[in-house]
Ligand binder design. Structure first.
Ligand SMILES: *Cc1c(COP(=O)(O)O)cnc(C)c1O
Length: 302
């Protein structure tokens, strides 16, 4: 049985000390355990759709995606069908799904594999054949529908800052599609700095994605990119170490996006405006499968 009511209250902000540095963390991970924090924000406007207005949701992306699982919960809550397309996945995963994929399949998601070469062409033809009652959500929820929920997030941040009498400060969040960082930038006044780091691809890809969604903003988020380019979700000893030390400091973050952002924040701490508010976007449900990837590559937890 899927609970269909959601509590729309502001997520809490907590002080957080890590490696001798002071931060605040906005706990969007605590909004609702079913939804990865920023996916909840990005899908927010879809929660308000009437059940009858949609029959089927169609989306695509990674087989362990946080967006995928959040959409699966949304679809299950609404009684919508959900078709999800991935590039071909390994047989072991197909035979014995783990993590987010396992849960999404249990929620009724229909998984389809497409050839890797023609993946995006196939997606385009699936999109163009959408029927009445189909709701098409681009990879990672990178869509203008996301702005409504992110705007509410921005207003919660401003309210928090107001309560503390803060004039200028810094908001940090790692980017996949960059949608969250972009719409935060768009929704917050210019005296607040928005920093991010690309976890998928590099600066160029991130900027291209921003220009696609918002071709003419006056300011875009600031990019921190000391770590350099790294293959998405590929285990790295430094990330595991950061993830562990964050956990030891009291908060479990996701193991795919968060460590790279924290790496950048540690490196750039002195030159960023304070305080720094880190947006915890959830994704902790994916840690099981990501820890398996680390173990598989022989990168252990000390
Ligand atoms: C999806 C996700 C992101 C990236 O969000 P975008 O809006 O795609 O940039 C960052 N952190 C976590 C934990 C996520 O699940």
């Amino acid at each position: 049985m899927i609970e269909t009511d959601l509590a729309f209250t502001a997520s809490p902000v907590e002080p957080f000390s890590w490696r001798g540095l002071d931060f605040f963390v906005k706990r969007d991970d605590l909004i609702d355990s079913r939804f990865s924090g920023n996916k909840f924000r990005k899908l927010y406007s879809l929660f308000k759709l009437k059940k009858e207005s949609v029959k089927r949701v169609v989306s695509y992306g990674g087989a362990q995606s946080n967006a995928m699982l959040s959409i699966a919960y949304l679809a299950a809550m609404k009684g919508w069908e959900f078709d999800y397309y991935v590039k071909s996945i390994p047989t072991w995963l197909e035979n014995d799904p783990t993590g987010n994929l396992k849960r999404a399949l249990e929620l009724g998601m229909r998984l389809h594999q497409l050839g890797t070469e023609e993946f995006y062409d196939s997606i385009e033809s699936i999109r163009s054949q959408s029927l009445d009652g189909d709701l098409f959500i681009p990879q990672g929820g990178a869509d203008p529908v996301a702005i409504e929920g992110v705007r509410i997030l921005a207003s919660e941040i401003l309210e928090w800052a107001d309560g503390k009498g803060l004039e200028s400060f810094c908001v940090a969040t790692p980017s996949g599609t960059g949608t969250t960082a972009l719409y935060l930038r768009k929704s917050l006044p210019e005296n607040i700095k928005v920093v991010t780091t690309p976890v998928v691809g590099d600066e160029k890809i991130l900027r291209a994605q921003w220009h696609k969604l918002e071709p003419d903003l006056t300011i875009y988020p600031d990019i921190l990119f000391m770590f350099g380019k790294h293959q998405f979700a590929k285990p790295h000893p430094a990330f595991l170490q950061i993830w562990n030390s964050l956990k030891d400091s009291g908060i479990e973050f996701d193991l795919v996006y968060a460590p790279k952002m924290w790496y950048e924040l540690e490196k750039s701490y002195d030159r960023l405006p304070k305080p720094i508010l880190y947006l915890h976007s959830g994704g902790v449900s994916g840690n099981v499968s990501q820890l398996q990837n680390y173990a598989f590559r022989g990168i252990g937890i000390q």
